[in-house]
Design a protein around this ligand. Sequence first.
Ligand code: ADP
Ligand code: MG
Length: 267
Amino acid sequence: MAENGKKPTRVIAIANQKGGVGKTTTAINLATAMAATKKTVLLIDLDPQGNASTGLGIARDARDVNSYHVLIGEAGLAETTHDTEIPGLKIVPSGVDLSGAEIELVDMARREVRLSEALKPALGVYDYVLIDCPPSLNLLTLNALVAANSVLVPLQCEFFALEGISHLVKTIEAIRKGFNPTLELQGIVLTMFDKRNNLTEQVAADVREFFGEKVYKTVIPRNVRISEAPSYGKPVLIYDHKCAGSEAYIHLAAEVLKREISLSKGV
Ligand code: ADP
Ligand code: MG
């Protein structure tokens, strides 16, 4: 707790322009694991597909006012924030309206900083704000990167994984120069890891060689319980807290929290 009684909120964007690499799964389970350690967490669903909202059990008809309205300034954060069944974890859901936001934002003033400004009421209130980004480097993702202190990149170990990520790293550098000089790469988490697959091992080795310490020690295994959990509207950590996927996300959260403490101190 800071001297003024407010929390030094850290904002983490979970981004990778590729779809299906585990962004939403990581956002939901990292948020849940952080909340389990008594941190207060707000998850912003910034993907029009709304998978994070579904995965945390927010009904579609409860999403009429959502992150789209926050972005375009039609609603405040408080009125779009929902409780979840996990104590300490709240969510701003997305809605299909968000798919049109890209076009609407283009003509708006200060279009890249809208989320950053809209998140101000959360600063000092939550320990962590996590942003689940859409699978593209569009204006929604740029808004997330401008609002964030750090970026966490889930990476699936497949051919061309490094090429995809180098584009994201260039974008992070551009955001640093233009809008957000202190934006950091929190780290890269290898997801859907299948140790029986030689290509997976090879790609993982290449990513570790290239990004070194930035790659978390924890690897998220391919795990059927992880893929089942969303259809129950639950994080895997609640659905089956003992499975290998849950264990991995608990370890990842510990690594992320440790890094956030050193990043926030600038060391
Ligand atoms: P993204 O948000 O990057 O598009 P998701 O987190 O939605 O990716 O994951 C894509 C799909 O893969 C989802 O159906 C999800 O349940 C499944 N999935 C994600 N991580 C794992 C994993 N470690 N093991 C098995 N299935 C996974
Ligand atoms: Mg997603």
